[in-house]
Design a protein around this ligand. Structure first.
Ligand code: FES
Length: 112
């Protein structure tokens, strides 16, 4: 039996507020991570799906940035209000939330 079916990595990198690159933490990613953890536990999915804090995912311009494995789906501009849709549609329903895809070929090869 596999330990986890899916991993969600949520960038929590923090740069100074005046950094030209910006950072996901400053854009609210810690609250997003906490909501993922809370909801996965409430839904009894925390033994199958793991939400982890990550350092910079090198997608700073699109932050808050998240990547889901094993599918390698990259989400950008995620807000805490998007967490439930990602859980229900993607993590449970296996239907990724296309409106949140990072629309850059380097991240989601099928994004346009
Ligand atoms: S700071 Fe989040 S991807 Fe770089």
């Amino acid at each position: 039996m596999k330990r986890f079916e899916k991993h969600i990595f949520i960038c929590e990198n923090k740069r100074p507020d005046d950094s030209p690159k910006g950072s996901c933490s400053v854009k609210g990613s810690p609250v997003i991570l906490e909501k993922f953890k809370m909801r996965l536990k409430e839904l009894g999915l925390n033994d199958e799906i793991r939400a982890n804090s990550a350092g910079c995912l090198n997608a700073c311009a699109f932050g808050p940035s998240i990547v889901v494995y094993p599918e390698q789906i990259w989400y950008g501009g995620v807000t805490v209000d998007d967490v439930e849709e990602i859980i229900q549609s993607h993590l449970i329903g296996n239907k990724p939330v296309e409106r949140l895809f990072i629309k850059d070929i380097r991240f989601n090869k099928d994004a346009s």
